[in-house]
Design a protein around this ligand. Structure first.
Ligand SMILES: [Zn+2]
Length: 153
């Protein structure tokens, strides 16, 4: 399930951003990526501080066990399903109201339904991508400009 085979070591790598260059609307990042040298524990999770290969900054990564990672994948999948259900139900209700109501549908209700359908779509999309990429690794994960660190999945 998901994209990753769960092995003894996480397949995600950490990246040290060397440079970024803007080309019109597109920013090209040049990262150096390295393996995360943290072994997957038999259960629970394990935190380890590693020194970045490029700049020696201390980075703390947490790696979850295989069962804990599977549990997280299930949680993301359920999130995606809940989002899809909300999108579907709201969408069908909007159609139903449109077809059978002669007057204007209640405004707060249609607002709620629009929120349910758009929000459901976003939740489903985010849940699915997290499900797909979940590798059981947590750590510094934002590109903060040059010298920033992130996890490459
Ligand atoms: Zn670094």
């Amino acid at each position: 399930m998901g994209k990753r085979q769960l092995g003894q070591h996480p397949q995600s790598r950490y990246a040290h951003l060397l440079s970024s260059e803007r080309n019109g609307n597109y920013t090209e990042y040049r990262p150096a990526t390295f393996e995360i040298p943290v072994e997957r524990p038999p259960k629970g999770c394990q935190s380890c501080t590693v020194a970045c290969e490029t700049c020696r900054t201390s980075l703390t990564y947490t790696v979850f066990s295989i069962p804990a990672t599977r549990a997280r994948r299930w949680a993301w999948l359920l999130t995606a399903l809940a989002g899809s259900a909300s999108m579907l139900v709201s969408g069908l209700t909007i159609q139903h109201l449109g077809g059978h109501h002669s007057g204007e549908p209640d405004e707060s209700l249609s607002g709620l339904l629009a929120l349910g359908s758009v929000g459901g779509f976003i939740v489903a999309a985010v849940g699915l991508s997290f499900w797909w990429y979940e590798d059981g690794v947590r750590g510094p994960g934002r590109l903060m400009g040059i010298g920033g660190h992130t996890i490459k999945r």
